[in-house]
Design a protein around this ligand. Structure first.
Ligand SMILES: Nc1ncnc2c1ncn2[C@@H]1O[C@H](COP(=O)(O)OP(=O)(O)OP(=O)(O)O)[C@@H](O)[C@H]1O
Length: 774
């Protein structure tokens, strides 16, 4: 074991564990109080609070903790532990006493001194590195020897590994993951082939593997190095939304990644990819390279889509009957459906699966309501969930990818809605309860904001759709694609595999909305500087990047003076950093809207101050608590550790229908929401949108991003910034094509179906092989 005396430059505190304040079983995260025995830190107190990821800290045991002090605004000085090890005396006498203690059964003083005599003061480290080193010790039976190794591994294995991994800047959290996978063989495996970790451990980076390999003198042409490079390149491509990358591009990127250090030929990389393909670590099809999870998601989605569509209902409602039903609905709703809208209702009623698309204000919601009412009238179904004995008997299933979108769907239809995750029964462990074996209840599924659904979620959803369920997918194809991989909505539309109706006539514009007009001008590429003239619900305030904060502050102050509720105003921006970025705007607006006040609690987390009353946004899906990426809430309480039974600092956030308690380690799951990113605003609408647009954002300024931003505003839109930047942005098409093969998969299926139809027609004519001969 590495002795502290050998690493004097490394800061440490040697201490005895007094008690544990908090321990998370799942993550092995602990906060504890220790009595300081010795330290090379400039610290003179008798005890200190430590925190970090530990395997098994035992009260009254002594440890070396390596790390650094951190000053917490509320809890004062804490020691943030990066690695640690149980204190084992490194004098021979101490070591003998340790090995002959109650911790190791069957080893007495005599045996312990023989071990120390043979292995020296580094005995424990030697045994952990190589259990064989215990062979040839007189009187040490195999059984006792195995037990000693096992106890040492249990008691010290993890720490030993943590210490080893910390040499490569691998933190405790990742060390926990690695230890769970490799246990005591971690070091052996890592020295032999660190590249394997890229395959086995989620989040283990290629660069880390490369650094470890270099230090262990592994060859740069190690076969797994190229393999790990391939996996790394593919994983990175998923972050850009790709489902696959073409083989030649993959080869080039791997070469770029590895070649600075070694000469690699295309053939060598392609050969390695071929082997990975045979080992099913990647899948190569038609010259495209996929990570298996994406290949199977795309293939699975296409298969289930096909399965559902094949079970077409034969029954057709006669047009006259449908006209009558729709006429009745028009009377009730006091409107007259446009031609496209009627067609959409008619098609949706008669299609097993249909897509409804259209820009803002074209009547998508109006049509959804029409479809539901028409379906209910045809099949004589009540739209009151209370009329059904069981919840599962209610025929309509309405869902959306985010909580806010689901809520909007509920408000516009008056029917129960949920997020797709909740619908599928997310169990918090990356799995859904619903699937092929337990499919969804209901007869008619409507999914809104489908452009936000990535290929993984689409596959999970379609797996769970029973054969007899009708499906309506609703979305706006001009919005940003899903954050996750794929572009399911646009691939479906391009493939022509399922019927779709596009609504183009704008109805809200007739009510004099400039916002809708602007959206359609952007969509149809006829937006000019004239389009940016102020109107009742629209204004453009000119300013540059450096004036932005002042401009936004003034807008908010003026609105407030007019009696407008700050909660109705939402700033949307494309990026976090820069003078006019999300972070700075949030800081400024927090000061204006929710300033520091005596008696109002606040805590600092990283560089941000969270205060009771702050508007915040959830950044990840947390289905176990019923909150989803993009949900906006308000901090309603901050608790000190001595105020709750968990003994931890907590922030309580209130969302529309629930309150969620976040322990400090989960504060990364939310951020301030006075200004949010346009990506996070997808699926939401706000009464007043303030949208800064300046040239500094240029990398981000694309047509679909600007379109998404302005279509989030319901009543009023204020753009502030540079007109040129805006006009340039709307002319910039996102050319970063996502590599997906859903369209091809579906087109192929269409071709097969056409051939089958041809074949069946030919059979009718009783063709014989002679017909194909000259
Ligand atoms: N056929 C129609 N006749 C009269 N008004 C209509 C008609 N269709 C839609 N509208 C009205 O136009 C407005 C926009 O319709 P709706 O909300 O259904 O559109 P949308 O496509 O869902 O819009 P968004 O995507 O912006 O939410 C509503 O006020 C709606 O009542």
């Amino acid at each position: 074991m590495e002795s502290v005396q050998n690493s004097e430059d490394k800061k440490y505190i040697k201490g005895e564990l007094l008690y544990t304040i908090f321990h998370n079983e799942h993550e092995h995260f602990s906060i504890a109080k220790i009595k300081v025995i010795e330290t090379n830190e400039d610290f003179r107190e008798k005890d200190v609070v430590i925190k970090g990821y530990f395997s098994n800290l035992t009260e009254a045991m002594s440890y070396y903790f390596y790390g650094e002090f951190e000053r917490h605004p509320k809890f004062g000085l804490q020691y943030n532990v990066v690695s640690y090890q149980t204190f084992v005396p490194n004098s021979e006498d101490g070591l003998i006493a340790y090995l002959s203690s109650d911790l190791f059964h069957g080893i007495g003083k005599r045996l312990a001194s023989r071990i120390v005599k043979k292995l020296g003061s580094n005995a424990i480290s030697k045994i952990l590195d190589d259990p064989e080193s215990l062979h040839d010790i007189k009187g040490l039976k195999k059984e006792t020897r195995d037990k000693l190794v096992q106890s040492l591994q249990e008691n010290q294995g993890f720490e030993h590994i943590v210490l080893y991994l910390s040499k490569y800047q691998i933190g405790l959290k990742m060390a926990q993951k690695i230890f769970a996978a490799y246990k005591e063989s971690t070091i052996e495996n890592m020295e032999e082939d660190p590249y394997q970790f890229v395959f086995d451990i989620e989040g283990f980076g290629f660069q880390t593997a490369d650094a470890i390999a270099k230090q262990n003198g592994l060859s740069l042409t190690h076969p797994n190095r190229i393999g790990a490079g391939c996996i790394y390149v593919l994983q990175k491509s998923v972050q850009d939304g790709h489902v696959y990358i073409p083989l030649d591009l993959c080869v080039n990127e791997v070469k770029e990644l590895l070649a600075s250090s070694v000469e690699l030929t295309d053939n060598l990389i392609a050969g390695r990819l071929d082997e990975l393909n045979q080992e099913k670590k990647v899948i190569i099809q038609s010259g495209n390279v996929y990570l298996p999870s994406l290949y199977y998601a795309e293939d699975g989605f296409a298969t289930h889509l096909n399965r559902i569509i094949q079970n077409e209902t034969e029954e057709r409602t006669p047009v006259a009957e449908l006209m009558k039903i729709i006429g009745d609905i028009e009377e009730q709703e006091v409107l007259s459906y446009g031609k496209e809208q009627f067609e959409a209702i008619n098609q949706a009623i008669h299609s097993k699966i249909m897509i409804l698309t259209g820009g803002p204000g074209t009547g998508k919601t109006t049509v959804i309501k029409g479809i539901i009412k028409a379906y209910a009238a045809i099949f004589d179904l009540s739209l009151n969930p209370g009329d059904y004995k069981n919840k599962a008997d209610f025929p309509f299933v309405l869902a959306a990818p985010t909580g806010r979108a689901a809520k909007r769907l509920n408000e516009s239809t008056g029917l129960p809605t949920s997020t797709i995750h909740r619908l599928l029964g997310w169990n918090g462990m990356n799995e859904f309860d619903k699937g092929e074996n337990e499919q969804l209840d209901g007869k008619f599924l409507i999914v809104d904001e489908f452009s936000m659904v990535d290929i993984w979620l689409a596959n999970s959803l379609f797996k769970a759709i029973p054969n007899d369920m009708q499906v309506l997918l609703v979305g706006d194809e001009d919005q940003l694609p899903s954050v996750g991989p794929g572009q399911v909505l646009s691939d479906l539309l391009n493939s022509g595999y399922i019927p779709s109706v596009s609504l183009n006539e704008v109805y809200r514009q007739k009510e004099g909305s400039k916002i809708i007009q602007l959206a359609h001008e952007i969509k149809n590429n006829n937006c000019t500087v004239e389009s940016l003239k102020n109107a009742k619900d629209f204004s453009f305030i000119s300013c540059n990047e450096y004036q932005m904060i002042q401009a936004i502050t003034t807008i908010f102050e003026k609105a407030n003076a007019k009696g407008i509720d700050y909660n109705d105003m939402q700033v949307l921006a494309p990026m976090y950093r820069s003078q006019a970025g999300i972070t700075v705007i949030n800081e400024q607006l927090q000061q204006l809207i929710n300033p520091r006040k005596k008696g109002k609690r606040e805590v600092r987390f990283q560089d941000v101050i969270y205060r009771v009353g702050d508007r915040v946004i959830q950044l990840v899906n947390q289905p176990e608590d019923g909150v989803y990426n993009g949900d906006i809430g308000e901090i309603v309480a901050i608790f000190k550790p001595d105020e709750n039974k968990e003994n931890e600092e907590q922030i309580v956030i209130s969302y529309d229908d629930r309150e969620v308690v976040y322990p400090r380690k989960d504060y990364v799951n939310f951020t301030h929401a006075y200004c949010i990113s346009i990506h996070k605003s997808q699926g939401s609408e706000f009464p007043i949108v303030v949208f800064p647009v300046v040239t500094t954002y240029h990398r981000m300024l694309r047509k679909n991003l600007l379109y998404t931003a302005i279509t989030r505003s319901k009543d009023s839109l204020i753009i502030c910034g540079e007109k040129n930047a805006f006009l340039k942005g709307i002319q910039t098409i996102d050319t970063n094509r996502r590599y997906t093969s859903l369209n091809e998969r579906l087109s192929k299926r269409l071709d097969i179906e056409k051939m089958q139809v041809l074949e069946s027609e030919n059979t009718d004519e009783e063709l014989s092989p002679y017909d194909f001969m000259d």
